[in-house]
Design a protein. Sequence first.
Length: 146
Amino acid sequence: MLSLSARSHGDTVDINGVVAGDEVATGIPGDRALLAFAEVCLGDDAESIAGARGQVMEELGEAAMVDAACIVANFQRMVRIADGTGIPLDPQMAAVTAGLRKDLGINGYSAASLTPEPGWAARLLARLMKPFLPAMMRRRTAPQKG
């Protein structure tokens, strides 16, 4: 399964590798080191975190390690806020990501119950929009001209 952001930039990425362990390669350079780093950052073992941090730096460089640490921290913050306040996904995002959330097992997390399943009209609209989403993502993420 390709991620939308990867497709929008012409990359080939199998997002199943994020949840499948070593069974599926994501196609992302340094994927195993990045996944290990993200996992240990959720704990409090300073030695394991330092080792995983070193592995990311060795494979991808210091700047990539800093970026990865920022992403891990940001996702932790967003998830804690959403779970703590009971914020569901907005209806458009729920419709567009329904298949992805099902395939990755995200619907099995307790907070997933906060997001109602999209109705038939939203699912149909999401299916109709799917071919256009990569172009929409490219346009949305393109640098803005001053």
